[in-house]
Design a protein around this ligand. Structure first.
Ligand code: SAH
Ligand code: SF4
Length: 369
């Protein structure tokens, strides 16, 4: 069985060509799938009946199964999704005044083991496939539309999600071959039709893959910096030992050659007493000077068992001011959906543990949860 959500635009075209169908069939099906979010071939009423029957026989439309669906008072909504083999990943919808953003996961767990990250603590479980990545956007749009969620930033009946950030669980560039086809669907006019500035991929700094992304699908790039020097970054973001800062900064500059007029967003998690001192801010100014960029300061989101604490608010503000005084655009990320552990970047929470609890709860129905 072919999962239609697995097929990027070229693959869908090839699929229909292989069956002797006209190319526009692929476009019709793409619109049913990715603009009207149908989950049933029979609903594709502009396809001839025999074609529908043939498709129903050997394809399926399969998004991940929802294990849990939670909405915070600020409207942030989190879906916990089954990723097979006892794994779960999260997708988070963040409504704002002028946009609806979906934070998408690319892997169950992560191998890169950043010191302050709950996903890293789980270790690597598995790469999501393209259908599971695209399925997150498909599912969120479909569910929000079906629920009649008011989206003042789009016309009624249109997909409520206008922006995608690959900032959920996992390192998207470590799952390049499944992530890029998903990105292509996000950008395709006959699928989600998002502009390349509205699709952001966040990486901890896999340099060779940053170059490949530039060549194959240059969406907006965010880079998790978190430290202004190699000594500290080696400890916080261990991949830095393989791709140190000088190499990473050069890769960012090369990336921007493919994305003229753009900038890189540097993410910097604020860790009390670790990377938040005036000397770190000064070193950061010097480091990013050569790269057109914005700085996004992320208050650390604590999780059980971590020794890190979030920097006090005044220190984060002072840090931001140092950057701004040097002419760098720096913002402090607003914490959203904190009460459902859905603040972006802190998706993992204890997903794995929680999944286990849920499974345990299901096996023992008397247990309250
Ligand atoms: N693996 C990619 C994308 C997912 S993480 C990356 O590392 O960039 C998205 C962002 O959240 C990254 O900047 C990551 O460093 C940050 N993050 C991870 N754990 C966090 C935590 N506990 N509090 C705040 N930000 C965190
Ligand atoms: Fe992986 Fe990103 Fe977490 Fe690092 S911060 S462990 S790269 S998900």
């Amino acid at each position: 069985m072919i999962n239609l959500l697995d097929l990027e635009p070229a693959a869908l075209a090839q699929f229909f060509a292989g069956r002797g169908e006209k190319p526009f069939r692929a476009l019709q099906v793409s619109r049913w799938l990715h603009q009207r979010f149908v989950d049933d071939i029979e609903a594709m009423t502009d396809l001839a009946r025999p074609l529908r029957a043939a498709l129903a026989a050997d394809t399926l439309i399969g998004a991940p199964r929802v294990l849990r669906d939670t909405t915070a008072p600020d409207g942030t909504r989190k879906w916990l999704l089954d990723a097979g083999h006892g794994n779960a990943v999260e997708t988070v919808f963040i409504p704002e005044d002028d946009r609806g953003t979906l934070c998408i996961s690319s892997q169950a767990g992560c191998a890169l083991d950043c010191a302050f990250c709950a996903t890293g603590r789980q270790g690597f479980n598995r790469n999501l496939d393209t259908a599971e990545i695209v399925g997150q956007l498909w599912l969120a749009n479909r569910t929000l539309l079906a629920d009649g969620v008011r989206a003042p930033w789009v016309d009624a009946g249109r997909a409520p999600i206008t922006n995608v950030v690959m900032m959920g669980m996992g390192e998207p560039l470590a799952n390049f071959d499944r992530v890029v086809p998903a990105l292509r669907l996000f950008l395709d006019d006959h699928a989600y039709g998002l502009s390349r500035r509205r699709v952001t991929l966040s990486t901890s700094g896999l340099v060779p893959w940053i170059d490949r992304l530039a060549a194959e699908c240059p969406v907006a790039l965010a880079v998790s910096l978190h430290a202004p020097d190699d000594e500290l970054r080696n400890r916080l973001v261990p991949i830095n030992r393989r791709h140190p800062l000088a190499e990473l900064m050069a890769a960012c500059r090369r990336y921007l050659e493919h994305a003229p007029r753009d900038f890189v967003t540097f993410e910097y998690v604020m860790l009390d007493g670790v990377n938040d001192q005036p000397r770190h801010a000064a070193a950061l100014v010097a480091l990013v000077r050569e790269v057109p960029c914005k700085l996004n300061l992320i208050p650390f989101n604590p999780f059980p068992g971590t020794a890190f604490r979030v920097s006090p608010r005044p220190r984060i503000e002072a840090f931001a001011r140092t950057l701004q005084d040097a002419g760098i655009v720096a913002t402090i990320r607003r914490t959203r959906g904190g009460d459902i552990d859905a603040a972006c970047g802190q998706l993992a929470g204890q997903v794995h543990d929680r999944t286990r609890h849920r499974l345990a709860a299901r096996n023992a129905p008397a247990e309250a949860h």
